[in-house]
Design a protein around this ligand. Sequence first.
Ligand SMILES: NC(=O)C1=CN([C@@H]2O[C@H](COP(=O)(O)OP(=O)(O)OC[C@H]3O[C@@H](n4cnc5c(N)ncnc54)[C@H](O)[C@@H]3O)[C@@H](O)[C@H]2O)[C@@H](O)CC1
Ligand SMILES: [K+]
Length: 501
Amino acid sequence: MEQPSPARGTPLYDAAALRGVETQAAGDDGFALMAKAGQAAWRELLRHWPDAQTLVVVCGPGNNGGDGYVLARHAHASGRTVRVLRLATHAPKTPLARRACDEYEAAGGVVVEFGGTVGHPDVIVDAVFGIGLSRAADGAAAELFAAIAASGRPVLSLDVPSGVDADHGRVPGAAIVATRTLQFIAPHAGLATGAALEHVGRLSLATLDLPAHLRDAMAVVATRFDADDLSAMFAPRPRNTHKGASGRVLCIGGDSGKGGAVMLAAEAALRSGAGLVAVATQPLHVAPLLARCPEAMPVGITSARQLDPMLDTADVVAIGPGLGQGDWGRTLFERALSRGKPLVLDADALNLLAASARLPSHDDILTPHPGEAARLLGISVAEVQANRYAAARLLCQAMGCVVVLKGAGTLVAAPDTTPRVVSAGNPGMAVGGMGDVLTGCIAALRAQGRDAFDAATTGALLHAVAGDDAAGEGGERGLLPSDLLPHLRRRANGTTPGGAR
Ligand SMILES: NC(=O)C1=CN([C@@H]2O[C@H](COP(=O)(O)OP(=O)(O)OC[C@H]3O[C@@H](n4cnc5c(N)ncnc54)[C@H](O)[C@@H]3O)[C@@H](O)[C@H]2O)[C@@H](O)CC1
Ligand SMILES: [K+]
């Protein structure tokens, strides 16, 4: 078996952890950290918009607004035309924000009340709400955000796009859609998944010189993996390997009219490095499958007994793509779950699981989209999306196995471990068959000797990055799952689009 490299990733934190280090990091001078945040934000603005001459800095009542006043003071001192804009109810409410505002005004800075428009500055700085968002932004704040959006100007959000929940990724009311977001101190878990991804734009981080010992003491709530992490997750193959050592995958699915799903899973498994891929499908799909992919080994299945020898020789079983929920699919589902092989369960296998009393085993992998997760949990899709971390954790606890919660910012959860977030992928991947490819990737990596958590993480990242590679070639709209196949192969060999390893 291959020896995969250990996964590293970037730790993510919640607001409680950030608040916990705030005072320690600031030392005796509470204002020092705000001064650093405002200055880092000003440098970020200059880096990305060096020619900006006119700025509107929209400040809220808390310390996020305080960061905005500090930035505004630097911008004013540099000779830029700056206006701080705020709601009548958003005068500074914290001592630090008040001090930052006083210093800005003492330097000659202008503050105006929002009157329905933000004008047409070169850049808008969003310093309304940060990690202190306490409820859905509505009313006057929603009008302010709408005016910012209507201006069409680039927006730099400080710490968090205002209105976005920095812990959970939900957007409970109105919210800013940022061009860029500069996070302070450490990356926020809620900006890596779910609806937040529509709002953050390009994310960057200013650590504000947080000492390493303070960062190491912070509780990590999730670990993020992106394209830069991928190549290190694939070690070169041993020279003396053989096809059996590269893993045997059995894909089960493809009821009448749904043969393409299981074909995609099988081909993705081969392109992700599986040594042997067998397919149990409806007899009518055998010939087209062989015509498309002669390397796959399809068997037409008319009775569940025919599955037994295939199950016996498989290292991993991927079940669900195109399986259907009719008699054929249900019988194969029951048979596959009774044999104790490591499973990757997707699509109709998840629907059959939700309707059955069976539980997967601890090293099985479920790959639900939010709708399937909601069905398995007995809650609504909106509830899943409102807190994707919690939904993934709950499902993982309820099922006792690894869960891949798909959707923007795919989450991978395993019992008693820190969840992982995949920071790759694009909206072009919202198309039928994409999940079947993911199932094939994960099954192939599991069959190559990775544990369930590692196979699920690496497979989800491989799939998302291959999706980005494919979208980069021809665009997001019209992207097909089979477009990912050559990219899976290249990325599974640790190669980037430029060819470097
Ligand atoms: N955590 C840290 O270590 C640091 C924090 N800093 C800044 O401080 C921010 C946190 O400051 P705060 O805790 O003061 O919180 P915020 O400034 O994020 O917001 C809190 C204020 O907004 C109001 N508010 C919240 N949600 C609202 C809503 N939906 N509608 C109307 N009003 C609402 C609250 O009543 C409160 O007055 C961070 O995001 C960051 O920008 C930085 O100065 C640097 C260091
Ligand atoms: K903000």
